[in-house]
Design a protein around this ligand. Structure first.
Ligand code: SF4
Length: 375
């Protein structure tokens, strides 16, 4: 029987959006590369391959920068990546070489490992670099070509605990150190304690069980921070809604902080989705233009419509004076929750706050919608 093995990337995709997971891993539909100018996945593979080859050469005494640049050139050429991207990466790799501490005892590079975690979940891991620091300690590094993780990203990350658990099975009794090396920037160590690992064990098991129990017919889209990078926009009902301009973002209207935070997240996620769509629209316009050269007609046909929403911005100091008992809360919610309190306030305070109000517009980019004109 074929046992389903979970990897860090399919776990992350499922947690972001079950529909993207279904398209990518269940239906095995190839994902479209969203950013045409730079194929980030190809860059990632070429950089990983460059580092692997460089490290496998062992200690390089003579001109390591030249050597790594030559390997990089070969890998970028193989992947068909453009020259300006290569030039950027030669500079990045030079700086990385100055910063990085190269391993002395390598146990493996780019290893694909199949292991069952202590919670019974079978996992597939791709270990970029495993080294022995001393007889009791194993250090594992994962190369990242993107921007460094924030503290929240580090706290929510599931790859690190999954790998630490998996590697502990391979090297029983050893202390495991796990690092993300953001090649463009810095190295971040994943710090864990028993509570965090216990939570991660439960969470990975629960996610694995949800994937196994997933009903592919009923899976729904979940807008998230990575929608802009999702390559299934043409199949996603939420994107189709965005194209028809059907998003309703109830921003600046909620009364409590939790709803406000949820609203803000929702807006920033939709923004990402729309930014992905903006590139697509531009591309459509350019394609059309090169066919019939009728710029005006094309722009009318596929226009990116920007709408702005008006909201009321109260003077924070005036509002705070009205709530002497709870200034922090008011300072936090600022203009948003004031509407909730207004009716409860004495007439003269309400009047003062209302007088301080200004009508402002929300950021333009919130409501970019694609509209196809009729006829
Ligand atoms: S665009 Fe976002 S919501 Fe739609 S399938 Fe992709 S990840 Fe899910």
């Amino acid at each position: 029987m074929n046992v389903f093995k979970i990897s860090a990337s399919n776990l992350e995709v499922f947690l972001d959006c079950p529909l993207r997971y279904k398209f990518k891993y269940h239906d095995r539909i190839p994902e479209v590369e969203m950013f045409q100018k730079t194929n980030y996945r190809a860059v990632g593979t070429a950089v990983h391959e460059t580092i692997r080859r460089f490290i496998e050469m062992g200690k390089v005494e003579d001109n390591p920068i030249k050597i790594i640049n030559n390997i990089l050139a070969e890998e970028f050429t193989k992947a068909g990546l453009p020259l300006p991207v290569y030039e950027d990466w030669t500079k990045i790799m030079q700086e990385w070489l100055i910063r990085v501490r190269l391993p002395t005892k390598v146990l493996g590079t780019e290893k694909e490992i199949d292991v069952t975690l202590p919670n019974g979940v079978p996992v597939l891991m791709y270990l970029d670099l495993v080294e022995e620091l001393d007889e009791n300690t194993i250090k594992v590094r994962d190369w990242k070509t993107g921007a460094p993780y924030s503290e929240t990203d580090m706290n929510n990350n599931m790859q690190a605990p999954m790998y630490i658990l998996g590697i502990s099975q391979l090297y029983p009794g050893k202390k495991i150190q796990f690092y993300f090396d953001f090649i463009k920037d810095c190295e971040l160590m994943y710090v864990y304690d028993n509570d965090r690992m216990k939570n991660a064990v439960r969470f990975i098991k629960a996610t694995y069980d949800s994937i196994i129990a997933m009903d592919a017919e009923k899976v729904e889209a979940r807008i998230n921070k990575n929608c802009g990078y999702c390559g299934f926009h043409d199949k996603c009902p939420e994107v189709l809604k965005a194209r028809r301009g059907e998003f309703k973002v109830n921003y600046h209207t909620s009364g409590d902080l939790d709803t406000l935070i949820k609203d803000q997240l929702n807006v920033s996620h939709i923004e990402k989705l729309i930014i992905g769509e903006k590139d697509r629209l531009k591309q459509l316009v350019l394609e059309k233009m090169s066919v019939n050269g009728d710029t005006e007609k094309v722009t009318k046909e596929y226009s990116a419509k920007v709408t702005q929403s008006r909201y009321t911005h109260y003077n924070v100091r005036t509002v705070m004076r009205a709530f002497p008992d709870n200034p922090e809360e008011v300072l936090e919610v600022k203009k948003t929750a004031v509407d909730k309190y207004l009716p409860k306030l004495p007439e003269h305070i309400r009047a003062e706050i209302e007088d301080s109000a200004e009508n402002t517009f929300s950021a333009e980019s919130l409501r970019i919608t694609a509209k196809k004109s009729k006829g």
